[in-house]
Write a protein that binds this ligand. Structure first.
Ligand SMILES: N[C@@H](CCC(=O)N[C@@H](CS)C(=O)NCC(=O)O)C(=O)O
Length: 229
C-alpha cells in the first residue's frame, strides 16, 4: 500500500487503546499514519460520521472513520494478514470470544486506573475479585485471569489459538503488560499464573510485533492518560 493511501490512526499520545492497533499494524508489516486526537473536537463532533461514538481510537480509511478498538484490529488483520483474525470460521469465532473476554478483564484495569487512581485498596479488591485463583468460581462479571490462563493451558501451541498467532494474542499481551507493571501487580501475576511467562515470551518473539515492542518511541508513551497505572 502506498503512503498516500495508508490509513490514519487518530488517538492520543499515549499507549491506551491505540497501542493494540499500532501493534496490529506492526504484526502485519503494514504502513499507517498517526494524527493526534483533539479531545474537544472529538466531543464536539460526537455522534457524527467523524466521531461516531465520541471516543477514540478512530481509524480513518478512505474517508470513513471506524471506531471500536477490536473492530479496527479485525479490519487491519483481515486486510493485511488474514491469519491474524483466525484461520477458519470456528477459529474466527474463537478469536472474537477471546477478544470479548480479554476486554472484560482489561476494563477492570481501566476502571481501577481512572475511577480509583489505582490506589492500594481498590487494587487489592481488583486482585481479590478478578485475579486471586481462589475467587474464580465466585461472581466476577465473567472477568477473571484464571479463565484467560485456562485458554493458554488448553491451547495445543504457544498462542491462544494453538500455533496461530492472532489479534487476541495482541490484546491479551497488551492487557498483561498493563497488569504486570510494578504500579499494578508486578511479579505477583506470574507467581500466581506461571504459564504467563512462557506465553509472553512467545508473543514477544513474533516477527514485526517485536520491532514495535522494542521501539524506543513506544517506551516513551505513557500507559494511560492520567499518569496512573
Ligand atoms: N469500546 C471502545 C472504548 C473506547 C474508549 O474508552 N476510549 C477512550 C480513550 S481510550 C475515550 O475516548 N474516552 C473518552 C470518553 O469516553 O469520553 C473501544 O474499544 O474503542
Amino acid at each position: 500500500m502506498s503512503a498516500e493511501t495508508a490509513p490514519t490512526l487518530h488517538y492520543f499520545a499515549i499507549k491506551g487503546r491505540g497501542e493494540p492497533i499500532r501493534m496490529t499494524f506492526a504484526a502485519c508489516g503494514a504502513q499507517f499514519k498517526e494524527a493526534d486526537m483533539d479531545f474537544g473536537k472529538m466531543k464536539a463532533k460526537a455522534g457524527s460520521a467523524i466521531s461516531p461514538c465520541g471516543q477514540a481510537p478512530l481509524l480513518e480509511v478512505d474517508g470513513t472513520y471506524l471506531c471500536q478498538m477490536t473492530a479496527i484490529m479485525r479490519f487491519i488483520g483481515a486486510k493485511y494478514k488474514p491469519a491474524l483474525i483466525g484461520e477458519c470460521l470456528l477459529q474466527k469465532a474463537h478469536v472474537d470470544m477471546l477478544l470479548n473476554s480479554i476486554d472484560d478483564l482489561y476494563l477492570k484495569y481501566i476502571q481501577c486506573v481512572y475511577g480509583s487512581g489505582l490506589e492500594d485498596t481498590p487494587k487489592a479488591a481488583l486482585w481479590a475479585k478478578h485475579f486471586d485463583p481462589q475467587s474464580k468460581a465466585k461472581s466476577n462479571d465473567g472477568a477473571h485471569m484464571a479463565y484467560l490462563v485456562g485458554f493458554i493451558e488448553r491451547s495445543p501451541g504457544p498462542f491462544l489459538c494453538g500455533a496461530n498467532f492472532t489479534i487476541a494474542d495482541i490484546f491479551f499481551y497488551f492487557t498483561l503488560e498493563a497488569y504486570v507493571r510494578t504500579q499494578c501487580f508486578g511479579a505477583n501475576l506470574a507467581a500466581s499464573y506461571p504459564a504467563l511467562t512462557t506465553y509472553m515470551a512467545a508473543v514477544c518473539a513474533v516477527d514485526g510485533l517485536q520491532a514495535r515492542l522494542t521501539d524506543p518511541k513506544r517506551a516513551e508513551l505513557a500507559f494511560n492518560g492520567n499518569g496512573k497505572g
